[in-house]
Structures are given as structure tokens and as C-alpha cells.
Ligand binder design. Structure first.
Ligand SMILES: Nc1ncnc2c1ncn2[C@@H]1O[C@H](COP(=O)(O)OP(=O)(O)OP(=O)(O)O)[C@@H](O)[C@H]1O
Ligand SMILES: [Mg+2]
Length: 339
């Protein structure tokens, strides 16, 4: 089996080691980019703090690795409250959520990642918790079972999701604020790379940092992961100095091209062009052809290929954008379709 080392860079979360020695923005100033969103959240958190109230429930949506969890942690710090972090699929039974809700102190933030993957029964408990700060618990069993309505502390729910379309309407309507995180531009990613490089004691020029930024698919997590690998190269071969030549070498080693496309992206395009003449092809077929799971293709690879104008969604599946097809045919099949 061919090894694909860049998979770690694109799809994985931070490892525990990375998290332990990682720069993490602690306030809105250290959180770079997302200027509009930051401005709004800074006002909302400040106002809630002045009123000594819990912040309105907030739904954050956007692709993985753009900084949703980080933003919630910053908001908790600014408001000087605790934050509990859990994820939707982790809460299997209603009791799990009730236990977490009843442990919250006034104005605390409950952060639920992947909130679209919460079981329906658990989600229903959340409705009255969000609206009235009360939960219903069943005590006892069988005929003697009773439902008790317990109060909980006023809290703020911060829900994060990569798929806003799959959140049920009743849940979505209970969020006072809904905000979207956008992909970062090259300059913002350059600054994030420079910020992390300072923390990691790597010497890197703004040009080299921007080169990393331009290959990072608009995503801070990927920019930081590439920087870590660049740091390894710099440490071993170049006195901890990451110049442009070294960054180019590291990117090549990781299988990332100048547009930020990885081997998996190339495999997707290659299969679509050579086996399906550009499509349309179903998502499942694409996933099985490249050996990735459907969700990863849909959430990680596909949005980027769409942003780059390579593929488009149609009612019958995904297809190569017409404008790119001649170029890709030439590349993969050596065919000159203009003839
Ligand atoms: N605006 C930013 N400035 C600096 N660093 C950032 C910024 N946004 C994210 N990061 C860094 O990028 C990494 C990923 O961020 P985070 O875990 O918050 O993303 P996420 O949106 O919660 O991802 P997921 O959807 O996978 O949970 C973290 O290491 C974080 O410190
Ligand atoms: Mg997260």
C-alpha cells in the first residue's frame, strides 16, 4: 500500500503532544483574522458581562480547523466564566446531558462540538434547558416513575457544527446568535504562522510564512501543522532557520502542491477524469475510489476542490468543472481536447 503522509496534515486534529506544546490564542487580539466576527463577539461578551447576565446562546458554523473551539474558549476567558467542552455524539443518553447541565455554575459556557450529531432524545432535553433553564428528569422505574422539573443555572450554550444544514429547526431557532466562520486569506494565515513560529522558536521570514499560508487551504490548523513539519526540517538541516527553499522542500515532502492540493485531491480528480470522464459521480463512489470515508471527502476535500473551481455539485453527483476539464484531461490522459 502506498503511504500517504500528508493525510495527517489535512484531516487529523491536533495530537495530545501538539496540544501540550502549542500556541493557543487567549484573547481576541491574539486570535487573528475573522475581524468582523471578532468585533461582534467582543461587543456581545462585553455587554453580557456589564449586565451580569449569561450571553445569548451562540451557534458557530464553519469547516473543521477554523477556530470554533478556540473562539469559545476565548469568550469564556473574557467573561471570566468556566467552559465545559463536550461533543454531540459523545452524549448518548439524556442523563449524560442532564449531569453536565446541572454541574454548570451561573453564566458558564457549555460548548457542544458537532452539535448536529446529538441524538434526538438528548436534543429535546436541551430545548427546555436553553429556553427556561430547567430540565425534566425521570426518577424511579416502572409504575412508580416520576418526572421532576429541576432548575439549572443560567448558562450559555455555544454549539459548533461543520454542517449547519443538518441542525433541526427547533434547535436552530433557540440560538440567539448564529455566526459563520470563513476561510482565512493568505495574509491572515501568514500572521498565524508567524505567531506560532515565535512561540516555537523557529526563525521564518514573512515570505516563507506566506508560502505556508498559501498552501494551507484557508485553515489555521493546517497552517500550524505544516509549520511543525517545517520546523523539523529546519531543526535537523538548517539551524532552525526556515527559509523559502526549505519550506518548498518540506511542502514537496508532504505532498502538498503550490495550490495546497494533496495527493488525495489529485487522486479524486484523477479518478473522476480517467474513470468517469469528469462525472457526474456519486460521493460514495468517490470515497471508495480513494479509500477515505464519505464525511471526510464531503467536509475536508470537496469544499476545497470546489473553492478552487475544480469540481461542482450537481443533482446527479459531483463533476469536474467544465472550465477545468480540458486541462485535467491533458494532465492525466495526455489528451489534447482542443484538437
Ligand atoms: N484565528 C486564529 N488565530 C490563531 N490561531 C488559530 C485561529 N483559529 C484557530 N487557530 C488555531 O488553529 C487550531 C484549530 O482551531 P480549533 O480547534 O479552535 O478549530 P475548530 O474550528 O474547533 O475545529 P473542529 O471543527 O475540527 O473542532 C488550533 O491550534 C488553534 O489554536
Ligand atoms: Mg473544535
Amino acid at each position: 500500500m502506498q503511504e500517504i503522509p500528508e493525510l495527517n496534515i489535512i484531516t487529523l486534529q491536533e495530537t495530545p503532544e501538539e496540544r501540550a506544546h502549542d500556541f493557543c490564542p487567549k484573547n481576541f487580539d491574539e486570535y487573528l483574522g475573522q475581524a468582523e466576527l471578532k468585533k461582534k463577539l467582543a461587543v456581545y461578551t462585553q455587554a453580557a458581562k456589564m449586565r451580569e447576565e449569561a450571553l445569548d446562546h451562540l451557534l458557530l458554523f464553519g469547516p473543521p480547523g477554523l477556530g470554533k473551539t478556540t473562539l469559545a474558549q476565548i469568550m469564556a476567558k473574557v467573561m471570566n466564566v468556566h467552559i465545559k467542552i463536550c461533543s454531540g455524539p459523545m452524549m448518548e443518553r439524556t442523563g449524560d446531558l442532564v449531569a453536565i447541565l446541572s454541574s454548570l455554575e451561573p453564566h458558564d459556557i457549555l460548548f457542544i462540538d458537532e452539535i448536529h450529531r446529538m441524538p434526538v432524545a438528548v436534543e429535546e432535553v436541551l430545548y427546555s434547558a436553553m429556553e427556561h433553564f430547567r430540565v425534566d428528569v425521570i426518577v424511579g422505574q416502572g409504575a412508580g416513575a416520576k418526572s421532576i422539573n429541576l432548575p439549572i443555572s443560567p448558562f450559555t450554550l455555544v454549539g459548533a457544527t461543520t454542517k449547519v444544514g443538518t441542525i433541526s429547526a427547533p434547535l436552530r431557532s433557540r440560538f440567539g446568535i448564529t455566526e459563520r466562520l470563513d476561510f482565512y486569506n493568505h495574509e491572515e494565515l501568514r500572521d498565524i504562522v508567524l505567531q506560532s513560529a515565535t512561540f516555537l522558536s523557529v526563525t521564518i521570514s514573512p515570505e516563507s510564512a506566506e508560502l505556508i499560508g498559501s498552501c494551507a487551504r484557508g485553515t489555521p490548523r493546517i497552517a500550524k501543522k505544516i509549520l511543525r513539519r517545517v520546523r523539523d526540517f529546519a531543526q535537523v538541516t538548517n539551524d532552525n532557520i526556515a527559509n523559502t527553499a526549505l519550506v518548498i522542500k518540506a511542502l514537496e515532502f508532504l505532498g502538498i502542491d503550490h495550490e495546497g492540493l494533496t495527493k488525495v485531491d489529485h487522486m479524486i480528480l484523477h479518478h473522476m477524469v480517467t474513470s468517469f470522464n469528469g462525472g457526474p459521480v456519486g460521493l460514495e463512489t468517490i470515497a471508495s475510489m480513494v479509500g477515505e470515508d464519505k464525511d471526510t471527502i464531503e467536509q475536508v476535500y470537496e469544499p476545497f476542490l470546489m473553492r478552487k473551481g475544480y469540481i461542482e455539485k450537481t443533482p446527479r453527483g459531483r463533476q469536474i468543472h467544465r472550465a477545468k476539464l480540458p486541462f485535467l484531461k491533458q494532465k492525466f490522459l495526455g489528451q489534447n481536447t482542443l484538437l
